[in-house]
Design a protein around this ligand. Structure first.
Ligand SMILES: Cc1cc2nc3c(=O)[nH]c(=O)nc-3n(C[C@H](O)[C@H](O)[C@H](O)COP(=O)(O)OP(=O)(O)OC[C@H]3O[C@@H](n4cnc5c(N)ncnc54)[C@H](O)[C@@H]3O)c2cc1C
Length: 518
């Protein structure tokens, strides 16, 4: 299985919590139930009743994230309001070796917030305080459940905004952004979440509250904050983040360019970047993605285009003006047959509407689809897009492409109809082959959506055993009991002492005395 099923119709693995009657307090199941009961009691002591969910129907609300293919009903959901409440629950989990999973808004596309049937889900949606906005320092300190766009809303009166802008920015949480190291259209110029987080308050898997980084631009010692950003909830739960704010640019200009083919659009992208211009965003959509967006939001993109680029420049007015002329010239030189410059905010919004609605819009032209996420060096774009088109043609599986072209961050949408026998399997195959293409062209199996449960099996295609074991050492240093979002990111748990491992005998790092098993 790879990627994201865009509808919930596919029947993925569904697990219900062990019903109480089946867990007569004997054996392993009994011990699990005892642990769950103890953690539930502790949660009730510290969290107001409305933040505790045990009712089966209500638990099912949390059975999946944006990757609706996989569904697991958690045994318990808690919704703490403070760091202290959250830490107390995690401490209880550690004491009773009960697995827990953090969840922000549940928009993740790789099943990272998929619950455990034998564990608890800790939801941060009530931790939404913006603790402070420090105008002079260009920093804000926010709690994990704060919605990405709300950071910008809080900073706007001071002339600042929060730059990382996933397309889900109206609903996804800062905690989830941190855990996924999320990107977005404007990350080409401004960088990913990791470039905008300076500090985090972290509840470690044993329930301690620690500070990583802070207001200063750099901290001495190992970059533990760097390890936590992108760790997908496997190293603990972030309960506050200190984020960098960026000055609202003096000028923003947006252009829509129509090309006959993705080859031409890819070449134009490379030409712009190699001319030394760093646009705020370069987004690409191919013909099928355009068709879907037109059907959904009537964005009026150039008729007959095999690909469009949405290019945005921002910064000082004089600079933007000069570079915008260059961008127009380079698009024409690379066979753009139509250029449309937004002359007012309404036109700019319409250009972006087509792009931003593309994922959802694909639902109009296909009952099911997989959102794949892989990244390649930008210069490989034309070649890889051609190879995807060939894969699509030879397999008969339609693939729509809508992605962050400036970063080489691909989001092929692999379309299928689950009602047709074998269609899902064929789509899976194409989806996996696309990941192989990314790896073979020097890229990676995920650009920004994380590994989660979905791509854990693909990790060995990128990393060898030693690489994976070394990553496990980091994980085990934070979480020796393997209770913080276990089963995600890594194909199988290894090297955590008593945990089962693929490797027989001592690990080379152990043998060389460089690492010990916890
Ligand atoms: C329509 C759509 C468009 C999207 N566009 C983009 C895009 O452009 N760029 C992009 O990068 N992503 C995109 N995404 C994916 C998703 O929105 C991001 O991954 C986002 O960061 C997830 O945030 P969340 O709050 O929903 O996290 P969740 O889905 O709740 O959780 C995601 C992961 O983070 C962990 N986690 C959550 N909170 C915490 C915490 N406080 N501490 C530690 N771990 C935590 C969870 O355990 C899980 O592993 C898109 C998703 C959708 C549905």
């Amino acid at each position: 299985m790879s990627g994201t099923h865009g509808t919930t119709s596919s029947a993925g693995p569904t697990t219900d919590p062990v019903p109480p009657e089946a867990t007569a307090a004997t054996g392993e199941a009994g011990a699990r139930q005892d642990a769950l009961d103890a953690v539930t009691r502790r949660a009730r002591e510290v969290i107001p009743e409305e933040g505790i969910i045990t009712d089966h129907q209500r638990l099912r609300t949390y059975e999946c994230d944006g990757l609706a293919h996989y569904k697991v009903t958690p045994a318990l959901v808690v919704i703490p309001e403070t760091t202290e409440q959250l830490a107390a629950v995690v401490r209880a989990c550690a004491e009773h070796e009960l697995p827990f999973v953090a969840r922000g808004s549940g928009t993740g596309l790789s099943g990272g917030a998929l619950p455990r049937a034998d564990g608890i889900l800790i939801v941060t949606s009530r931790m939404r305080a913006i603790r402070e906005v420090r105008r002079e320092d260009q920093r804000a300190v926010v709690e994990p459940g704060v919605i990405n766009l709300d950071v910008t809303r809080a900073a706007t009166p001071y002339g600042y905004y929060y730059a990382p802008d996933p397309s889900s920015q109206q609903i996804c949480s800062i905690g989830g952004n941190l855990a996924e190291n999320s990107g977005g259209a404007h990350c080409l110029k401004y960088g990913f979440t990791t470039n905008h987080v300076l500090g985090a308050e972290l509840v470690t898997p044993d329930g301690d509250v620690v500070e990583l980084g802070g207001m200063a631009p750099d901290a001495p010692g190992y970059d533990l904050l760097g390890a936590v950003v992108g760790s997908e909830g496997t190293l603990g739960i972030v309960t506050a983040a200190t984020v960098r704010l960026v000055r609202v640019p003096e000028e923003v200009r947006t252009l829509l360019a129509g090309f006959e083919s993705t080859d031409h659009a890819g070449a134009a992208t490379s030409a712009i970047i190699s001319a030394g211009i760093v646009p705020a965003a370069i987004e690409m959509m191919d013909a099928l993605a355009i068709e879907a967006a037109e059907a959904a939001v009537h964005c009026n993109y150039p008729a007959g285009a095999g690909a469009v680029l949405v290019i945005e420049l921002d910064g000082a007015a004089v600079e933007v003006e000069h570079e915008f002329g260059e961008v127009e010239r380079l698009c024409r030189e690379n066979h753009a047959f139509e250029l449309r410059v937004a002359t007012d905010p309404a036109e700019r919004a319409l250009i972006w509407k087509g792009r931003k609605s593309a994922f959802a819009a694909v639902g109009r032209i296909s009952p099911d689809y997989i959102v794949q996420d892989g990244v390649i060096p930008r210069t490989a774009l034309p070649e890889v897009l051609r190879a995807i088109a060939e894969l699509s043609e030879s397999s008969g599986v339609r693939v729509a492409n809508v992605f962050h072209a400036g970063d080489g961050n691909l989001h092929p949408l692999v379309l299928f109809d689950d009602a047709v026998e074998g269609a899902g399997a064929a789509a899976e195959k194409v989806s996996g082959a696309i990941l192989d293409l990314c790896i073979n062209h020097g890229g990676s199996i995920t650009g920004e959506h994380g590994v989660g449960i979905d791509k854990a099996a693909y990790m060995p295609r990128m990393f060898n055993d030693d690489d994976l074991d070394t990553m496990q050492l980091v994980r085990c240093a934070f979480d020796p009991q393997n209770i913080s979002n276990p089963g995600k990111v890594f194909p199988t748990p290894r090297l955590c002492g008593e945990r089962p491992g693929r490797r027989k005998g001592a690990h080379p790092l152990q043998e060389s005395g460089l690492a010990e098993v916890f």
